[in-house]
Design a protein around this ligand. Sequence first.
Ligand SMILES: NC(=O)c1ccc[n+]([C@@H]2O[C@H](COP(=O)([O-])OP(=O)(O)OC[C@H]3O[C@@H](n4cnc5c(N)ncnc54)[C@H](OP(=O)(O)O)[C@@H]3O)[C@@H](O)[C@H]2O)c1
Length: 260
Amino acid sequence: MQETLKGKVAIVTGASSGIGEATARALAGRGAAVVLAARNEEKLEFLAREISAAGGRALAVRTDVADEASVRAMVERAAGEFGSVNILVNNAGLGLSGRVEELRADDLRYLFEVNLLGPLNCIQAALPHMQRGGRIINVSSVVGKRAIPKVGGYCASKSALNLLSDALRVEVAERGISVTSIYPGTTRTSFRDNSRRTKDEERGWRPRGVTPERVAEKISDAAEKGGRDVYVTFPDRLFVAGTVLAPGLFDRVLRSWAKG
Ligand SMILES: NC(=O)c1ccc[n+]([C@@H]2O[C@H](COP(=O)([O-])OP(=O)(O)OC[C@H]3O[C@@H](n4cnc5c(N)ncnc54)[C@H](OP(=O)(O)O)[C@@H]3O)[C@@H](O)[C@H]2O)c1
């Protein structure tokens, strides 16, 4: 593996599990110093030791992205330890299942605290440390582009993140900082087990999905080269294009998912 990110400092939120963990490994493999941020400190320390043992540089910092003070402290530590922040991967996120009619406002409020205000807290804390060439990478979802039944609250949180990314991209362009939205489809992580659930509804069919390592490669490519919208698979891109071209048709197709 070429050390294409040597000398760069990358913050990865949600690095204790799934896509974030794989991304931290991938970025470290490309030579970046990685700051591992999540709440589970034990898992972060374990990963930091693994990366260090492989010759990389990693710093584990217990962080709750929904807590502005916690995020500011993490970014200050990162900048203090490594001198700057070049890459921010806003990956920490939470799922919420439930029909719109039944969603609890408290669950939705918390979801937005993590999935929208979390990235906002990180962006606002990291931007003052970023120079030209800085990269902000927000992990969204294909269902942030087209909502599907029984997870409408989650889809809304990712859609809101997309809009924030679009505004920010234009605002920071003159400063030479890029903003990338990544849209993974189903990915084989603990995401579903970690999701909040409105009711003990039967879990519907889901595609088998891709490995978190595959998503991590796309994120790492964006950390190197930037980019606007990044899909992980061609079918994901096709799904989103289809829903834009024929939204009513997709409504009808998705009705079968809303049953049961
Ligand atoms: N898996 C999928 O099918 C899929 C598809 C599309 C998009 N995504 C998105 O990909 C991202 C990563 O998900 P994943 O699949 O890797 O799920 P995961 O295995 O459940 O990982 C979620 C990560 O987010 C962290 N996190 C949650 N709440 C947090 C908080 N308040 N503060 C800090 N960290 C927090 C968790 O760490 P702690 O619990 O240690 O804090 C964990 O590291 C999410 O944004 C998700 O929406 C996932």
